[in-house]
Design a protein. Structure first.
Length: 214
């Protein structure tokens, strides 16, 4: 699949000679199956290749890339004038998730995603590929959606009947108590946007408070 994404011989030669050469096609395939467009897949592959070379220079493997290593690498890539990470430092979390070896089913280290986590993952795909939101906006919506899912469902199976007006009000009040008043509006908007998604995909009643306009 790498050959179909990159046409320049020099680019392909570089990718095929890097420390993650055997893993880049797997990364590209996973991203393709998640319906990412070709240009986005190419960007992730380049990010993975550069990060893999950095890890190799520091004697680290993908499995050893912890938060401290990520912070060191991002500090090396630098930031733009607006504070945003440069391309080489973005998307690392997803790259690592797709490249790290996963424990086999039944292995003590295997942790299956809950239904709520899978819902948030589909929500992320919707925000990117359907709504076309920028990474910063998506990240904010996903952070708040994850908090809501954990608060309402925990590790239990997703049950749309639990997404009641009272459950939503209780969550918003609990979160608001931790925030400055100026920050409450953004969180409420994020929750409203997230819960419009199950209205369409899981039958959440449209009369829920979350479906009202801001």
């Amino acid at each position: 699949m790498i050959d179909s994404l990159f046409k320049q011989a020099s680019t392909l030669a570089g990718l095929n000679s890097g420390p993650l050469a055997t893993q880049l096609p797997v990364l590209a395939k996973n991203l393709y199956e998640e319906q990412y467009p070709p240009e986005t897949i190419r960007r992730y592959v380049r990010v993975a290749d550069k990060f893999g070379r950095w890890l190799c220079r520091h004697g680290l493997s993908i499995a050893e890339a912890d938060e401290a290593a990520l912070a060191r690498y991002r500090s090396c890539t630098g930031r733009r004038k607006n504070g945003q990470l440069r391309a080489a430092g973005r998307g690392l979390a997803k790259v690592l998730r797709l490249l790290r070896p996963q424990p086999a089913e039944g292995h003590p280290g295997h942790a299956a995603k809950t239904e709520g986590e899978e819902l948030v993952g589909r929500f992320d795909s919707h925000l990117q590929h359907v709504a076309g939101l920028m990474p910063g906006t998506r990240s904010r919506y996903l952070r708040h959606a994850t908090l809501l899912v954990k608060a309402v469902f925990g590790t239990e199976a997703f049950d749309v009947a639990k997404v009641t007006p009272q459950a939503i009000v209780d969550f918003v009040r609990e979160q608001a108590a931790k925030l400055e008043p100026s920050a409450c509006a953004a969180r409420s908007t994020s929750i409203r946007v997230f819960l419009r998604f199950p209205v369409a995909s899981h039958g959440l009643p449209a009369s829920s408070p979350t479906s009202r306009s801001p």
